[in-house]
Write a protein that binds this ligand. Structure first.
Ligand code: B16
Ligand code: MG
Length: 218
């Protein structure tokens, strides 16, 4: 049976629904600049860095580096305005129970987020005390699907990669978790996270004991 010592959580779309805020901020920028963009297209932006998100939104349009920087700053301002409205009620269903159960079971928990705004989001949600390590887009610049964020989190926890479980909502995040040699729980529709070791709609109906039972046989 596989030994599991740590859970490493993605932030946007797993702990809270800030993925919706990212979408709204990109949509606003795209509308202002007359670039066609949609919620469906936004699915490809989940979990990927701000720069790569801009490239995906541009769909081959060429802009100067100065404009790219200005647009990313503008999108980030729109995003932060939305994050400021967050409070602890924004923690997604099932998350607090799982974090509490992990602590009670003596397992470790970390955040590994591509976002440079991760510390602000965690502060607004008042979740800091639940995590033994927080790794964000400022600490590790190579973003998902590269495994670097998850490997750094495992290193900070002192857990071997093979003993870590990644919880992700993004296709790129599942790819990153697998590349790190970790078990993966995917949250969301099958077409997005169906390649995870354990795909689930969300965390609202999950119990730690059931998760461990299913993952330990993988
Ligand atoms: P920022 P995660 C990711 O966070 C988001 O899913 C992605 O949409 C965003 O572009 C990326 O962070 C960078 O965020 O612009 O705030 O630095 O899902 O890895 O927690
Ligand atoms: Mg995410």
């Amino acid at each position: 049976m596989r030994k599991i010592t740590a859970f490493i959580f993605d932030l946007d779309g797993v702990i809270t629904d800030t993925s919706e805020f990212h979408y709204q901020a990109w949509q606003r920028l795209a509308d202002e600049e007359g670039i066609p963009f949609s919620r469906a297209e936004n699915e490809k932006l989940r979990g990927v860095s701000r720069r790569e998100s801009l490239n995906l939104m541009l769909k081959g349009r060429v802009i100067s580096e100065e404009t790219a920087q200005a647009w990313m700053e503008r999108k980030n301002r729109y995003y932060i305005d939305l994050v400021k409205t967050l409070d602890p009620s924004g923690v997604l269903p099932g998350v607090k129970t799982l974090l509490t159960d992990l602590k009670a079971a003596g397992l470790l928990a970390a955040i590994a987020s591509s976002s440079k705004n991760a510390p602000l989001v965690i502060e607004k949600l008042a979740l800091g005390s639940y995590f033994d390590a927080i790794v964000d887009g400022l600490i590790v610049t190579k973003s998902k699907p590269a495994p670097d964020l998850f490997l750094r989190a495992a290193q900070e926890l002192g857990s071997p990669a093979a003993e870590c479980v990644v919880v992700e909502d993004a296709a790129a995040g599942i790819d990153a978790g697998k590349a790190a040699g970790m078990l993966t729980i995917g949250l969301g529709p099958q077409e997005r996270i169906g390649h995870a070791d354990l795909p689930l709609p969300d965390l609202s109906q999950t119990h730690l004991s059931d998760l461990l039972k299913q993952l330990q046989t993988k």
